[in-house]
Ligand binder design. Structure first.
Ligand SMILES: [Zn+2]
Ligand SMILES: [Zn+2]
Length: 147
């Protein structure tokens, strides 16, 4: 659960701005608006959802711009992508280690915090030649609204 207070969002946004400056990417008002939209929710929105909200402030913005901006943020590690099978990418401003559950009916994505997932014991045989840098667990199920 994230705390959706204004102060919390502002804190995320100011961290985002200083991180962007460190990484040498331009901090435009439009980029900040896109990040802030994502930082204000724990719903793991898709590009389309963010785009529809951003249009309230930037009526001329294109879906492609929002898409590319999110992609840039993701590559720079400013946000993360929740991979939902057979569905569009869903974005997350929460970079704390956590996992997700997706409703197979309405595709809602919620955060899961479980210590046992955080200490998964994966055998080296499974990993082959990879040096694992991180992982997240994606659970699927049917949410209370869809049941
Ligand atoms: Zn559901
Ligand atoms: Zn999340």
């Amino acid at each position: 659960m994230i705390e959706n207070s204004a102060g919390f969002i502002e804190q995320r946004v100011s961290e985002f701005i200083s991180r962007s400056k460190e990484l040498g990417i331009k901090v435009t008002p439009q980029r900040v608006a896109i990040y802030k939209e994502l930082a204000s929710t724990d719903q793991h929105p898709s590009t389309e959802i963010i785009y529809n909200k951003i249009r309230d402030y930037y009526p001329n913005i294109s879906l492609t711009t929002v898409y590319r901006t999110l992609e840039t943020f993701e590559k720079l590690g400013l946000i993360s992508v929740v991979n939902v099978l057979y569905n569009a990418a869903r974005y997350d401003a929460n970079l704390d280690p956590h996992h997700h559950i997706v409703c197979t009916q309405c595709k809602k994505v919620e955060d899961v915090y479980d210590e046992s997932f955080t200490n998964l014991d994966v055998s080296e045989k499974t990993l082959g030649d990879y040096k694992v840098e991180g992982y997240s667990v994606l659970l699927s199920g049917v949410c209370i609204d869809c049941r």
